[in-house]
Design a protein around this ligand. Structure first.
Ligand code: URA
Ligand code: ZN
Length: 375
């Protein structure tokens, strides 16, 4: 099994720069990083569902969060991971929950410092690293817009990573329109990534026993699906025809559910009520084929086939989600299943060495995100 790509590009790979780590270490409410007596690595706690475990710590109980190893912050580790897995280029991004929790008057400075640190990392490995910037979404709108303008000056920036909360009311909020307009005008792709999942009650009374499985496997993809469906219903894609989204985890469940979404829209009479019914209306299928790109982080050829059928093989881009999901054998310097399972899925779906395989493994990302340009 080989990628046989001219270049392998990882577009879904995270880092927490040192300023962000320091901030999390200084906090005493979620999200936070905390050390526990007798435990080697500090724990990184980001899911609200873990508040109970965090409060209940008595030395014996299950630890909250996950270990935060040097893989989250060390550039050397990122490069080692890339070299081990023959990844030529990585487009790094801050992971969740980004700056969603930062006070209004601190957000702009924090975003600047995170983006600056990412820029410096990329400059140390020119051509091998690019990044999706972080936006100060809790800052006043003029500061938010000027921070988007500033991204133009950052040589290795190719877009922004965005959660689903927007300015607090989701991505179908009309107050976000100037932000979408600025991102579209500056050709900054939005890498849309989940964090909040679904309300804890849906996981049932045994949720604690199931660890992170249900929120990550199901909550995350549903969150992305809902966010994009809401944007579509609000007409965001029509208003901003130049807006481009890259959806995490192969679009959540959108490729599978787009038909059902369309059917429900039509039966609801929504477009008639909105005065937008008729042949010129773009279906969600059309949006998926023109304004949306999908990552290939779905770990199976079945999911990839749905993504390809929905958006096209020229819109799918390989990713690993490193450094989440560390190796099962605990050798973090060795092979990570998040690479090999996703690579295997691409090979199974598209064949070893095919042009389509090369496209997904790297060529699509190079074309779409201009990774062959250094400025
Ligand atoms: N992958 C991420 O990017 N974030 C998580 O919290 C878990 C997996
Ligand atoms: Zn991720």
């Amino acid at each position: 099994m080989t990628a046989t790509s001219s270049k392998v590009v990882d577009i879904h790979t995270h880092m927490y720069p040192s300023t962000y780590i320091k901030l999390l270490e200084s906090r005493d409410s979620i999200p936070l990083i905390r050390r526990f007596p007798g435990v080697k690595d500090p724990r990184y706690v980001i899911l609200d569902a873990e508040a109970k475990l965090l409060d209940a710590q008595d030395g014996d109980s299950q630890l909250p969060g996950r270990p935060i190893t040097s893989h989250y912050s060390s550039l050397e580790q990122k490069i080692h991971f890339m070299n081990t897995h023959k990844i030529d280029i990585s487009v790094i991004s801050l992971a969740n929950p980004w700056l969603d929790f930062i006070a209004t008057d601190e957000a702009e400075e924090m975003a600047q410092s995170v983006n600056q640190e990412f820029s410096q990392m990329c400059a140390q490995h020119p051509g091998r690293l690019f990044f999706f910037a972080t936006l100060p979404l809790t800052a006043p709108l003029n500061a938010l817009l000027s921070s988007i303008e500033h991204l133009k000056t950052l040589k290795y920036c190719r877009g922004v990573i965005l959660g689903t909360s927007g300015l607090g009311k989701g991505l179908d909020d009309s107050d976000l329109e100037p932000v979408f307009a600025a991102l579209a005008a500056n050709k900054l792709t939005i890498f849309l990534h989940p964090h909040y999942g679904l309300p804890n009650e849906v996981w049932g009374p045994k949720a604690d026993e199931y660890g992170h499985i249900l929120p990550l496997a199901l909550g995350f993809p549903m969150e992305t699906t809902i966010a994009v469906a809401r944007m579509y219903l609000a007409g965001v894609f029509d208003k901003f025809a130049d807006l481009r989204l890259l959806l995490a985890h192969s679009g959540g469940t959108l490729p599978f559910l787009a038909g059902r979404i369309e059917s429900c829209i039509v039966h609801d009479g929504y477009w008639v009520r909105e005065g937008k019914a008729g042949p010129s209306r773009r279906t969600i299928w059309e949006v998926l084929k023109t304004q949306v790109h999908l990552d290939a982080v779905v770990y199976s050829e079945v999911g990839l086939q749905a993504a390809i059928a929905a958006s096209g093989v020229d819109r799918l881009m390989f990713g690993t989600d490193h450094p989440f999901f560390p190796p099962l054998n605990s050798d973090e310097q060795g092979e990570w299943e998040s690479m090999t399972w996703n690579l295997k899925a691409v090979c199974k779906a598209l064949g070893d060495g095919s042009e389509e395989n090369k496209a997904v493994m790297g060529n699509n990302a190079i074309r779409v995100l201009r990774l062959d340009e250094q400025d």
